[in-house]
Write a protein that binds this ligand. Structure first.
Ligand code: PMP
Length: 426
């Protein structure tokens, strides 16, 4: 490329010399010079069944040849077949669905749905949460860098997410570095203040909005006990629990297609996107019969929602996820990564914590500049990972779910080498 297009100034591409992607296959990306990169970031946790997946692509190509756009004013087979297949996975609680274009739009629509049902304005969100780029999504995002430019929706209240490792109940061993949220059935006293606030503001609150694992916020993993108590607080106060599984869904967190089921709680409204269609644009909101009542007499429309090509991609992606048992695989490979990383990095003081669920893993570094250098160093070694956290000091590993044991071991080798080199320099 001779001239570079002028994007909005906030578009900050990764790496001093950004990667110009030419093609990709499975868990590998290639640049125009033919250099190969191991992709441990999957287009920001979206390419769930691997780049250029031949089954997904065959369905997409076949669908483009039949019909590629209709809107939801007509029925289409891809949309209906997909929802029928998804329903068997979702069970009989979340039985109402609405397709949108993206994760942001899914969250935005979910908040509107809860406000309409409860006829109340307030959404409770969390300090380290990220919920997208629409006005409501940005307003509900706790991370200051991602909030709207000129003041957000005033009816959002942020509750702080406390690091579990500093809580006595978690019994975190700083020498082991490793932190597992599922083993902690705590009393979640970090939610005491939320209960107090709801005594006062319960009558104006529509919903609590939360990610099961807070991805952009730095792969933060509140405990199972936290979600148990949060659900109880929502039920007692008659407010909806909106679960943003845009990043965590479709097997990413391992053990189940959805993190809320792996952790063990029941949302009223579920937001999905990213991995749903292997990177083809699609968002979905699924909710209980009760949760959608307020929308019954409202008008709402999404031109590209339920696009037949995206739905065909989603349908094939779901088939592959289930046939190849990729949620189980994600748990297994994630565990291998976590174990090998913590076994190797236990003596590195600059590594504060290694945490995650399935193939959503964060390595929190003490220093953001060091994290940035490691990110760049890993790229030089042919490894693509992400960065997150309020201070951008957490390295993010979120590869395609078809990552093999050999890919995981290669990731550990390359990343540990990058961490050791940069920490010795620091
Ligand atoms: N919610 C969460 C939890 C996300 O991680 C993201 C994207 N990073 C979004 C919402 C927004 O999704 P999209 O970029 O598809 O609009």
């Amino acid at each position: 490329m001779t001239t570079e297009p002028r994007l909005f100034p906030f578009v900050k591409q990764y790496y001093k010399k950004p990667l110009l992607v030419d093609r990709a296959k499975g868990c590998r990306i290639y640049d125009e010079s033919g250099n190969e990169y191991l992709d441990a970031y999957a287009g920001v946790a979206s390419v769930s069944v691997g780049h250029v997946n031949s089954r997904v692509n065959a369905r997409v190509i076949a669908q483009i040849g039949k019909v590629h756009h209709t809107t939801m004013i007509y029925r289409t087979r891809p949309m209906e077949e997909y929802l029928t297949a998804l329903q068997t996975v979702l069970g009989d609680r979340l039985t109402r669905h609405f397709f949108v274009n993206s994760g942001s739009e899914a969250v935005d629509f979910a908040c509107q749905t809860a406000r309409a049902r409860r006829n109340r304005p307030l959404i409770i969100s969390f300090s380290e949460g990220f919920h997208g780029g629409t006005y409501l999504g940005k307003s509900a995002t706790g991370l200051p860098a991602w909030q709207p430019a000129f003041g957000g929706d005033p009816n959002i209240h942020f509750h702080p997410i406390e690091p579990c490792r500093s809580c006595e109940e978690a019994k975190f061993d700083p020498r082991a570095k490793r932190f597992s949220p599922l083993s902690i059935d705590c009393s979640a006293h970090c939610l005491n203040d939320l209960e107090t606030i709801l005594h006062v503001r319960g009558g104006e609150t529509a919903a609590v909005l939360i990610e099961p694992v807070l991805g952009v916020g730095g792969i933060l993993t509140p405990s199972a006990g936290f979600f148990k108590r949060l659900t109880a607080i929502c039920r007692t106060n008659e407010i909806d629990l909106i679960c943003d599984e845009v990043q965590t869904g479709f097997g990413r967190c391992g053990g189940d297609l959805f993190a809320f089921r792996r952790i063990g709680f029941e949302p009223d409204i579920l937001c999905m996107a990213k991995g749903i269609a292997n990177g083809f644009p699609l968002g979905l909101v699924s909710a209980t019969e009760d949760a959608v009542r307020g929308m019954a007499d409202k008008l709402h429309f999404c031109t590209f929602g339920g696009n037949p090509v995206s739905c065909a991609a989603a349908d094939e992606t779901l088939k592959i996820l289930l046939e190849e048992r990729l949620a189980e695989h994600s748990a297994e490979i994630g565990e291998r990564l976590m174990k090998n990383l913590s076994d190797t990095l236990f003596d590195v003081d600059a590594v504060l914590e290694i945490r995650g669920l399935g193939l959503m893993i964060g390595i929190e570094m003490a220093d953001p500049a060091l994290a940035a250098n490691i990110h760049e160093n890993a790229y030089g070694r042919g490894l693509l990972i992400g960065l997150g956290g309020r201070r951008r000091n957490t390295l993010r590993i979120e590869p395609p779910l078809v990552f093999t044991a050999a890919d995981a071991d290669q990731t550990v080798d390359l990343l540990v080498a990058a961490i050791r080199e940069e920490t010795s320099r620091a």
